[in-house]
Design a protein around this ligand. Sequence first.
Ligand SMILES: Cc1cc2nc3c(=O)[nH]c(=O)nc-3n(C[C@H](O)[C@H](O)[C@H](O)COP(=O)(O)OP(=O)(O)OC[C@H]3O[C@@H](n4cnc5c(N)ncnc54)[C@H](O)[C@@H]3O)c2cc1C
Length: 268
Amino acid sequence: MRIVVPVKHVPDIHSERKFTEQGRVSRGAQDGTLNELDENAIESALRLVESFGPDVREAHEVIVLTIGPDESDGAIRKAYQLGADRGIRVTDPALAGSDVFGTAHAVAGAIRKIHAGGPVDLVITGMAALDGLGSVIPSLLAAELDLPQLTLATKFEVEDGVATVTRELDGVTEVLTAALPAVVSVTDHVNTPRYPNFKLIMAARTKDITVWDLAEIGVDASRVGDPGARAIVTKSQPRPPRTLTELHIDKGEGGRALAEYLINNDLV
Ligand SMILES: Cc1cc2nc3c(=O)[nH]c(=O)nc-3n(C[C@H](O)[C@H](O)[C@H](O)COP(=O)(O)OP(=O)(O)OC[C@H]3O[C@@H](n4cnc5c(N)ncnc54)[C@H](O)[C@@H]3O)c2cc1C
């Protein structure tokens, strides 16, 4: 089985986010990292290939794929530490300014190229990238590749060429199936990602990463970057720091003061 896991290299959510004059996230300005939610996707793929048994592990492949600048190698190396077999990065100056459509188009182009070298059975994504929070790439990918989509899985298994996912909706639990190949997105409830072991951490430092540009994945530059973007960020500004509006030192009246505050501010 060959599984592609698209992953995103994102600014560390604990770092201060900086924006360029064009409203783009300034990616060089802070430490980047593998999108945390993509670790659940990698874990799902690894568990699946491992379920066939250690003797045939080599016959199966988990390929991580990222669209992003050179620094995105960090996300691939983290995936290597977890056990991914192969990493591919698509980088091209024309990708700058890509919106979700452009990014999905490039991810799909790379998956088609991987598929041309041997069939891809599954695409497993995270539920969202913690910087963009669009949660739309999985559905766009399914549409681009003309594959069934099973999104927001809290449980995921594959048997006899059929993927089954459980989805927890508001008051409803859904179970969906789709014949492979399919696109699956998993939530952070689907599993607990493993810790990398020392051997993999060491090996990840020097493991090869394949780099493709747009021409190599057969994607026309007009479909990505600024020319292909249908949504343009017109303004972005940091959220103002929280200000302390009222401070009460509790001298036995704290409960009353709190209740009055809630009532006076329509918070009850
Ligand atoms: C080269 C490049 C340039 C960009 N330039 C800009 C810009 O100028 N302005 C701006 O506002 N935004 C820019 N973006 C960000 C872009 O608009 C979105 O953030 C991105 O398309 C994904 O949307 P999302 O973060 O909402 O992902 P979601 O839909 O929330 O992600 C869901 C899942 O899709 C997969 N995924 C998401 N992104 C990628 C990726 N890049 N590679 C592989 N898999 C992925 C992951 O599995 C992730 O868990 C750029 C993105 C790229 C790749």
